[in-house]
Structure formats: C-alpha cells, structure tokens
Design a protein around this ligand. Structure first.
Ligand code: PLP
Length: 368
C-alpha cells in the first residue's frame, strides 16, 4: 500500500502516464478480489466496505423495481443489512425477517414460502454469521430465489477469506465484501454485481467504476485489499484441503469444555467458518470478562464488535432462542490462519482464571 501514498499517489482516473501506474494497480487488485470469490474482474465494484455495498444493493433494487415493495432477509443478519431493510420499511415496504433454529439456521422451505413472485424485489441472506460463524446454504437459497424470478444478494463479508467461493457458478446477483475481515485495510470493500443484472449506483458522482460507484478511488486501500485477497485465497485453498484452522478451533473448544464446567457452545451443530467460536460461560458477566481478558493480553468480543458496550443482548443469539441472561454470558473468540497453539494455550489459561474470578462473585457457581 505504501508506494501509493508516498510515490504513485496519482488519481487513477486521470489521463497522464503517472496515473496509469495507479490505474494498473487498481486493476490488479480487482483481478485478485475477483479470483478470491470466483467471478470476472469487471463484475467487481470497489466501495468503502461491507455497509456501503449492502446499502447500495438495497437502494439499487428499490430504485429499479418501484413496483415491487417486499424484501426477505433473516433475523440474524448484520446491522448493516437490518438497518437498510428498516429504512425501506419506513418507506412503506414490507420486510420478511426469516427466523432461525437453535443452531442459527434458516429454513429453505420457509424461504420458499415467503417469496411472492411479482411482489418480492430482493432476497438478502448472509453467507456466514459474524457472531457464531454459522454458514447458510446460499447456493441453494439463491437457486430457489432465482427460479421465482427474484434477485438474490448475499452478505459474504464473513465468508470471504475463510471458505472457498465460486459465486460465478451460482445465480447470486449481488454479493458484499469487506477487506478488513480478510486481513486487508479498514474502510475498503467490494460489491459483486453479476454482469447480466441491471444496476443503479448509490453514489453516481463522477461516474468512476464504470458508472457504478462515483468518487475518487482509494488506491492504497484497494491495493491492500487485493494483496489480502491473494494471500487469503492461498490460505483458504490450503484450509479446504487440510482443515488445520478448523481442527485448531475444535481442539480449543474441546479443551475449554474440559477445563471449565458448563460451557455451552452456540451454533456448533451447524456448518461454521473455521475460525469462529461462540460460547456461554454460565455465571460470568461477558462485558467484565472482556476487560479482564484484555488485561491478560487476550482480545475477545461479546457478540459483534459494533454491539460491544451495548446493554442489549445479541439479536443473533436472541433469534436462536438464547435467553437474554445467557446471551450476556457469551463470548466470541476469533482465530486467524496465523494463530498458534501457544497463543490458544495462553487464551485458555486466561479464560480459566477469569472465569474462576467472575464465578466467585456470583453465588451458585463453582470456581472452575
Ligand atoms: N456484514 C457482516 C457480516 C459483518 O461482519 C460486517 C462487519 O462489520 C459488515 C457487514 C459491515 O462491514 P463494514 O464494517 O466493512 O462496513
């Protein structure tokens, strides 16, 4: 990224030679991101991140189909999607929010029954949940949606860089991505727009990105995104073949359950991305645990990072039928391809010690 701040700082949309260097770097990054998700480079539009990509899709569909005012999504979606849907609801749209079972899975039958041909404008379902890591059957959901002549969008922010993707081989019309979820910089993302699908920009501006997203391109961010996508593609193929990260996460969970009494895992019965672990430690206050673990050099979250500090229990766990008290006792641990066994052992020891401390101040719980 650095040369594009310090040396090649030209605007890639300019006509002089200097700018062509930046333009070439952007096109290399586009090819790298396209390769990661299995689509054509010209189907990639760079954006400021997942939230912008998702909002663009929802607004584009609303602009293109004024006669259809029904959208289907899921109760466990990221706030970026839920807020975009709520905005349409304020404008008189009807929103169906599919429920999930105790493992966090929606039902394809319910989706099928909810689609109203001629009325439903968009089905938007996430590929992997950001709190539990639970993966949804997106290829099947997209196929049955397309059969009814309805557009399908997937929030693939948490799936890209963790599981192999071949979106070009599915009838998905739009998909959203964020660089910082796969080792890239924050504040840059992408939107996949299938080339056969009509589109309407959220930011028309100066017509950059082939008229699909106006605004001067964030060249260093895009270059960083491309490099991260390329690295992630290699890591994902290796993980698909060898399953090292998933085994490490599973071993961490087994060890956690062995060392701490009454741990309850969320979403463990469903397919999950290989790096996420979401669990309840009965008798501990999760917000307090985050602080104590931080003091011990271990970074974990309660629910989603955006909701940290909020007193509301996680809407994802609530939709899975987890009571509010249990949701407030829940932590999420995210591993990466670079996480080592030594780091996991340090995290386990810190967890054991923090749980012992917090359970002492809660009557009715043994210390371990
Ligand atoms: N969707 C999911 C599943 C996410 O985890 C995030 C992350 O924050 C977003 C959307 C929003 O992405 P961004 O932070 O790039 O706007």
């Amino acid at each position: 990224m650095q040369p594009f701040w310090l040396e090649n700082w030209a605007n890639p949309s300019s006509g002089y030679r200097f700018a062509r260097v930046a333009k070439r770097a952007v096109e290399t990054a586009r090819a790298q991101v396209a390769a990661l998700i299995g689509v054509e480079p010209e189907e990639i539009v760079f954006t400021s991140g997942g939230t912008e990509s998702i909002t663009t899709v929802v607004q584009a569909v609303a602009a293109l189909h004024p006669d259809r005012r029904h959208l289907i999504t899921c109760a466990t979606e990221h706030e970026a999607m839920l807020a975009a849907a709520a905005e349409l609801e304020r404008r008189g749209w009807e929103i169906t929010r599919l429920g999930v079972d105790a493992e966090g899975r929606f039902s394809l039958d319910e989706l099928c029954a909810a689609i109203r041909p001629g009325e439903t404008a968009l089905v938007s379902l996430m590929m992997a949940n950001n709190e539990t890591g639970v993966c949804h059957p997106i290829a099947d959901a997209a196929a049955l949606t397309a059969e009814q002549g309805v557009l399908f969008h997937t929030d693939a922010v948490q799936a890209a860089g963790k599981v192999p993707l071949a979106l070009g081989q599915t009838p998905v019309a739009f998909a959203s991505f964020s660089a910082h979820k796969l080792g890239g910089p924050k504040g840059v993302g992408a939107l996949y727009v299938r080339k056969t699908v009509r589109f309407h920009p959220l930011l028309p501006g100066g017509g950059q990105e082939d008229g699909r997203r106006g605004g001067t391109l964030n060249v260093p961010g895009i270059v960083g995104f491309g490099a991260a996508a390329q690295a992630a593609q290699a890591a994902v193929s290796q993980e698909a073949a060898e399953g090292v990260l998933a085994r490490r996460r599973d071993a961490f969970e087994a060890e956690l359950a062995r060392r701490i009494e009454n741990v309850e895992f969320h979403g463990r019965g469903a397919p999950r991305v290989p790096n996420t672990s979401n669990f309840r430690l009965p008798g501990i206050d999760a917000q307090g645990a985050v602080i104590l673990l931080d003091n011990a050099g271990v970074c974990v979250s309660t629910g989603s990072a955006c909701a940290t500090g909020s007193l509301k229990p996680s809407h994802v766990l609530t939709a899975m039928g987890v009571p509010a008290v249990a949701a407030r006792e829940t932590l999420r641990v995210s591993l990466s391809f670079t996480t080592t066994d030594a780091e996991l052992e340090k995290a386990l020891q810190a967890l054991v010690s923090v749980v012992a401390k917090l359970r002492v101040i809660r009557p009715g719980f043994t210390a371990t």
